[in-house]
Design a protein around this ligand. Structure first.
Ligand code: IPM
Ligand code: MN
Length: 379
């Protein structure tokens, strides 16, 4: 029997509760579909950080790299820690360490899920956002400089390249702050190609590319130029360019135009929260951080909702769906299909609903419902 080792990182806030339900559903599916999952728990998150100062070490990451097939993550973030500490020190650190250059976010309105857009239904909202996940303004280099002269050295290290900036700053009149966005030719090419490949696989003749080349023309002009270049390999697919401000408008007005949307990192972060809302809310939006040749990580796109911690009221469906995506990525396509269908029938029937869906069921009741539906679908 095939068996997979999967790193399990529950994280903070509602993380442990939602990940327990995701695990429950995958365990149920594994019994039905004849494969094994060996969960390897990691306790990185706020508690560990507050107690020891540790975020996630290179040793831990290496251990995961050497032993696990994928990572299943709950959520990170805790009000007791400075904003960004856990997010940057654990989440982004892991995305970059494993070079998970694709952030795959399906925007699919399941039947029965409530959509805030008047007159739009499941047929209109069904597309995938591919967000670049290792570059752009997320490389984390920037600083402040006080009035006068200063020298600063900044560095970005990736497996494909290393780049150093030596800055001589002279500022007069005010203290300043700056942030450098970095995009590499190879980094852009690989995610753009991933997007074209998905469009090809889905048989669509158009793919949308997001930028802000009218203003931030160095970095996003480079992105556009790279799209043009890669598009020559895919003569059957027409690239359509959209500015990020405009695409937020079209997501609301004409979501049915979109099938595959490829975007640089920061714009992808922003437009996928909007995407989550039109697919029925953050409780229903999953994501995968993918390295097609390495270790990928799956998580709900929502945060740790500290307010609801320990109350068993959070909606675990985004996490369960992310678990389904993980199964697809490791080669268990049937399990993916069964879990997504189970989620869809439960939403459609509307009998089991968590608080955010206007119901009174608990997080674990939702997990139980999906797990038993998966068993029925498999039998
Ligand atoms: C997301 C989150 C993260 C991001 C944060 C928590 C670092 O908002 O996955 O969309 O900005 O990528
Ligand atoms: Mn986000």
């Amino acid at each position: 029997m095939t068996s997979y080792k999967i790193a399990l990182l529950p994280g903070d806030g509602i993380g442990p509760e939602i990940i327990a339900e995701g695990r429950k559903v995958i365990d149920a599916a594994s019994e039905c579909f004849g494969f094994g999952v060996d969960w390897v728990p990691y306790d990185n998150g706020a508690e560990k950080y507050l107690a020891t100062g540790e975020l996630i070490t290179e040793d831990t990451l290496k251990e995961i790299k050497d032993s696990c097939k994928a990572i299943y993550l709950g959520a990170l973030g805790d009000p007791r820690c400075r904003p960004g500490i856990l997010e940057k020190g654990i989440l982004l650190k892991t995305r970059f360490y494993f070079d998970q250059f694709v952030n795959l976010r399906p925007i699919k309105l399941l039947e029965g899920a409530s959509c805030p857009l008047k007159g739009k239904g499941p047929k209109d909202i069904d597309f995938t956002v591919i967000r670049e996940n290792t570059e752009d303004f997320y490389v984390g280099i920037g600083n402040r400089a006080g009035i006068g002269n200063s020298k600063q050295e900044l560095e970005v290290v990736r497996s494909m390249y290393k780049v150093k900036f030596g800055l001589d700053i002279e500022t007069d009149g005010s203290e300043i702050a700056y942030q450098i966005g970095v995009m590499s030719r190879k980094g852009a090419q690989r995610v753009i190609r991933y997007g074209f490949e998905l469009a090809k696989k889905e048989g669509v003749d158009k793919a949308h590319f997001v930028d802000k080349a009218n203003v931030l023309s160095d970095i996003y002009g480079f992105w556009r130029e790279t799209v043009d270049e890669v598009s020559k390999e895919y003569p059957q697919i027409t690239p359509e360019y959209m500015f990020v401000d405009a695409i937020t408008m079209w997501f609301v007005k004409n979501p049915e135009w979109f099938k595959v949307v490829i975007t640089p990192n920061m714009f992808g972060d922003i437009i996928t929260d909007l995407g989550a809302m039109i697919q029925g809310g953050l409780g229903l939006a999953p994501g995968g951080n993918i390295n097609p040749d390495g270790v990928s990580m799956f998580e709900p796109i929502h945060g740790s909702a500290p307010k609801y911690k320990g109350q068993n009221v959070a909606n675990p469906l985004a996490t369960i769906w992310a678990g389904a995506m993980m199964m697809k990525e490791i080669g268990q396509e049937k399990t993916h299909g069964a879990i997504v269908s189970a989620i869809e029938t439960i939403i459609k029937e509307g009998k089991v609903r968590t608080k955010d869906m206007g119901g009174r069921n608990s997080c674990s009741q939702m997990g139980d419902a999906v797990a038993s539906r998966v068993r029925e679908l498999a039998s």
